[in-house]
Write a protein that binds this ligand. Structure first.
Ligand SMILES: Cc1cc2nc3c(=O)[nH]c(=O)nc-3n(C[C@H](O)[C@H](O)[C@H](O)COP(=O)(O)OP(=O)(O)OC[C@H]3O[C@@H](n4cnc5c(N)ncnc54)[C@H](O)[C@@H]3O)c2cc1C
Length: 408
């Protein structure tokens, strides 16, 4: 690395990360872990102030915890609720997954999780500037000019970690197609689970009332698919200020957008009504999720993208573990490019695709292209209710357990 290359321009840094969500913070933490001497050269710009709201159900799979553990971080420090099992159903029947002697999904609130992760990032010596909104990015041969509402910055390398609606991808890759899911979310008080409320009279008659209460379990139900909503309704346990709550929502990849569909909130309202809740009594919020497409570029010279700026998982819109994983891969790419003093990032996509993260994102993309377009009721029943061993095998091998394969 030449002295000239790493000259600091006063308040400006060599590696500028746009966005202080999990992908941006993970990139910084992994860079520091790989190359401690880079720490003072990293700057994160975050447009909001922690603890900032972020619409998200906050479901963490084991891969997220594995990546955080490798960074020396213990997510149990963050207020959370552990779901003892996860159900993958069609019309209330299907597959139940639970992990022996452990939780299946850990549910955090993003205002608390991101605030905690930002605190850990600062404790590692990395500078985060809050309340700075990036307005424009201009890469050129000598560096990147980043214009913000607080003045201009100059950097050698920019990481676009600014989420599904971020500007980095729009500016540096303006002509690439974007695949976005529609997502709605509702928070309600926890349900007082009585068999009658949860399952109705018919459900009890069919023996459902004998099941364990739903209180600490997470549910994904794919019943909207035959109606051209290519996704599912979820119902998670969560907490707000220590109070047990439920987080409900609906995810639609938009893969069947050319077909007639009911309003997105209709299946969600139906599912909530089945459990005694009136959707109209609660605040409904929405946010898109950009999902991963293997054909999309992920960088241009001097600028690389991480997290939702590249794409979340397409089956579920799961993106927190992915965001943490993207940070690890991007940090390796940046570290090596700094050693070479070469910032084309031409190998970043290859590195991503070959990683455990890239493999799961690809597998999930393939699965998405099968399970949603094959939308017929009989197929969905076959998939979720009769092909259990195959679904569990595919999930175990291709969908989960990728965090261990991220080398750092
Ligand atoms: C309703 C909903 C439910 C979800 N549920 C789950 C779930 O249960 N589990 C799961 O794993 N994933 C879930 N996701 C997906 C998950 O939220 C994202 O994949 C994840 O947040 C991606 O992290 P990120 O760091 O890439 O982006 P983000 O978390 O979006 O962070 C981007 C950051 O960049 C900042 N920023 C944006 N623009 C600028 C700018 N111009 N200048 C400076 N800063 C900027 C933002 O303020 C933000 O802090 C859900 C998403 C939605 C919408």
């Amino acid at each position: 690395m030449t002295k000239k290359m790493w000259h600091n321009w006063g308040m400006e840094k060599d590696i500028l990360i746009i966005g202080g969500g999990p992908s941006g913070l993970s990139t910084a933490l992994h860079l520091t872990k790989l190359n401690p001497h880079l720490t003072p050269r990293i700057l994160i710009l975050e447009k909001m102030h922690y603890p900032r709201p972020k619409l998200c159900a906050g479901g963490l799979v084991a891969d997220a915890e594995i990546i955080l553990q490798r960074l020396g971080l213990d997510v149990s420090e963050v207020p959370h609720v552990d779901a003892s099992a996860a159900h993958f159903d069609f019309e209330g029947k299907g597959i139940k997954i639970s992990v022996p002697k452990s939780h299946t999904i850990r549910v955090i609130r993003r205002n608390e999780f991101d605030h905690w992760l930002a605190k850990k990032t600062r404790e590692a010596g990395i500078e985060i500037r809050e309340g700075v909104t990036v307005k424009n990015i201009t890469p050129n041969e000598d560096g990147v000019i980043v214009e913000t509402d607080q003045g201009n910055f100059r950097a050698q390398i920019v990481v676009g970690a600014d989420g599904s609606n971020g500007i980095t991808r729009r500016i540096v890759l303006p002509n690439t197609p974007v695949y976005t899911a529609r997502v709605l979310e509702v928070i309600t008080p926890n349900y007082p689970v009585t068999p009658a409320l949860a399952y109705g009279v018919e459900g009890i008659a069919s023996g459902k009332g004998q099941e364990r209460p739903r209180n600490d379990e997470a549910f994904f139900d794919f019943f909207p698919v035959p109606n051209n909503i290519a996704g599912y309704v979820w119902d998670f346990p969560t907490q707000i200020n220590g109070e047990p709550m439920r987080c409900w929502g609906i995810y639609d990849t938009n893969l069947l957008a050319d077909q007639e569909r009911p309003p997105l909130k209709k299946p969600l309202a139906d599912e909530m009504a089945r459990h005694g809740f009136n959707l109209d009594d609660h605040e409904l919020t929405g946010h898109p999720i950009r999902w991963y497409d293997p054909f999309n570029p992920v960088s241009v010279p001097r600028v690389l993208l991480v997290g939702d700026a590249v794409g979340a998982d397409s089956i579920f819109g799961e993106g927190i573990s992915m965001a943490l994983g993207y940070g690890a891969i991007a940090a390796q790419e940046i570290s090596e490019s700094i050693q070479r003093s070469e910032f084309s990032f031409s190998g970043y996509k290859r590195r991503l695709v070959r990683s455990g993260l890239g493999q799961t994102l690809f597998a999930r993309w393939v699965i998405t292209q099968i399970i949603y377009p094959l939308k017929w009721r009989w197929f969905q029943i076959l998939l979720w209710q009769f092909l259990k061993p195959i679904v569990i095998f595919v999930a175990w091998v291709f969908v989960l357990n990728w965090g261990k394969r991220i080398k750092i």
